[in-house]
Design a protein around this ligand. Sequence first.
Ligand code: BV8
Length: 227
Amino acid sequence: MPQRIVILTGAGISAESGVDTFRDKGGIWSRYDYRQVATPEGFVADPALVHDFYNQRRSALAGIAPNPAHYALARLEAEHSGPVTLVTQNIDELHERAGSKNLIHMHGELAKALCSRCGSRHEWRGALSTEVPCPACAEAGCLRPDVVWFGEMPYHMERIYEALGDCDLFLAVGTSGSVYPAAQFVQEASRAGAHTVELNLEPSETFSDFDEAIHGPASRVVPDYVE
Ligand code: BV8
């Protein structure tokens, strides 16, 4: 097994845990307009709609559990002799609950609130609204979900590009390859000379960028690949 591994995951790895994906049939973006619920402009226009969108998804966190794919990636990190960096686009906490440690949430986390006034971050498992005061600055109306919306800079980009520039193996699991900059990570890894593998239910939009592709449900193909 190559030494330095970078893994990118998307909504597909959590699908078998009961979490909705975005672009599959009946997915989140077929029920919501992303401009209204996943952009800063949408939040300014209708904060209650955005809070409701994320409150519904946050309340579902308690009822979901990691699946064999999450556990296989946590085992890989624990057992592999070299560094394993797990970059997730997901805002659920299934990787943490499966035991992954070296984990980067590039699109933020559903169970966190961010104060747009004082910049403080808070563990948040309940509902957010414009009436809820920030625990730090005590102002109401300034708390938002700590997630990266379209048009916003994803988190930890320097650390991600550093890992990509130095990896021997890049795996993409359960992502359609339709959102940037994550969709370009495979090219960064290839430029660094890494072997790149797509593990997905079906070919993604960036399928042709990968050296290898294994298609099937993550809960089967990921443990098979990792073991
Ligand atoms: C950025 C919020 C600059 C959190 C999300 C105009 C202005 C500004 C930017 C842009 C612009 N036009 C385009 C852009 C870039 C834009 C972008 O990419 N737009 C797209 C629509 C073209 N990107 C941005 O704005 C990003 N910021 O560009 O800043 C910059 C650039 C470079 C460097 C630094 C800064 C910010 C993007 C983040 C947006 N936030 N969500 C939330 O609500 O969750 S995006 C949303 O899509 C989610 O975060 C999700 O993670 C992400 C990707 O989706 P996937 O995870 O891939 O899920 P999807 O449903 O699409 O696919 C699931 C896959 O799983 C499928 O392939 C399916 O086959 C597979 N699958 C299903 N079941 C299974 C399975 N696989 C295995 N097993 C199964 N059982």
